[in-house]
Design a protein around this ligand. Structure first.
Ligand code: FPP
Length: 226
């Protein structure tokens, strides 16, 4: 969800207004995904690198997450959305951690859209965490090194719903992955749009989905092999 700051700057507004508009765009996108019966939507809300922003912006963002979570959880629940978080949430203020846990708990039995919010997340962090976990198991004798396979690592990715996204969308004009779901994106289709995140809407998502529908996914095989 890139481009909140530039969206605000272009309008002569503070960056915080851009982030607030980003919440509205996220709400609309989530509801559109519900309508389209999309199985999983994973959004990158806060990277491990985002701590390096000025503390005023970091504090604003953490406050915004808390407000948005508290304001949106009932609507998400009413729409059968199952909310989950990936990333190191232990670094967040207690109040935010409690709201995250409460929202996950409240929506855990919903079987509609699985909305995964990546916060204090990084793809390299996630892979390193799994390496450490596996090394500890080898060290204590519970795991043989030759049992470390792609399938095992895949099964250790914390949230099984984020394992292999079909489509990756980056807004804001940059064409890079920026440490998002590095393992999981191996065969995803990558879509980039110049739209700033607050301008992303139903039509923009439909356009990305139409582009995706026209892709020929081969997963390393020839197309005739299906
Ligand atoms: C990137 O834009 C956006 C963020 C770092 C924050 C994303 C947060 C939201 C969209 C708010 C909603 C999220 C939740 C979970 C309620 P940027 O600040 O890097 O923009 P710039 O590249 O134009 O400066």
């Amino acid at each position: 969800m890139d481009g909140n700051g530039r969206w605000a700057k272009a309008k002569g507004l503070p960056r915080s207004v851009g982030h607030k508009a980003g919440v509205t765009a996220l709400r609309d996108t989530v509801m559109h995904c519900v309508k389209k019966e999309i199985a999983t939507l994973t959004v990158y809300a806060f990277s491990r690198e985002n701590w390096q922003r000025p503390s005023t912006e970091v504090d604003f963002l953490l406050g915004l997450f808390l407000t948005a979570l508290d304001e949106e959880v009932d609507r998400l629940d009413d729409n059968n959305v199952h909310l989950g978080f990936i990333g190191d949430t232990a670094a967040f203020p207690d109040k935010l951690q409690q709201s995250i846990a409460a929202a996950e708990n409240k929506t855990k039995n919903n079987d509609g859209l699985h909305l995964v919010v990546a916060v204090n997340y990084g793809g390299r962090w996630e892979i390193s965490r799994i390496c450490r976990e596996l090394a500890e198991e080898v060290h204590t004798g519970g795991l043989q090194p030759d049992a470390i396979t792609e399938m095992l690592i895949d099964s250790r990715i914390k949230n099984r719903f984020t394992r292999a996204p079909d489509l990756f969308i980056r807004t804001g004009g940059e064409q890079r992955i920026s440490n998002f779901l590095l393992w999981q994106l191996a065969y995803s289709e990558l879509y980039f749009t110049d739209l700033f995140w607050p301008d992303f809407n139903e039509q923009a998502l439909d356009k990305a989905l139409a582009w995706y529908a026209g892709r020929n996914r081969r997963f390393g095989r020839l197309c005739k092999q299906g």
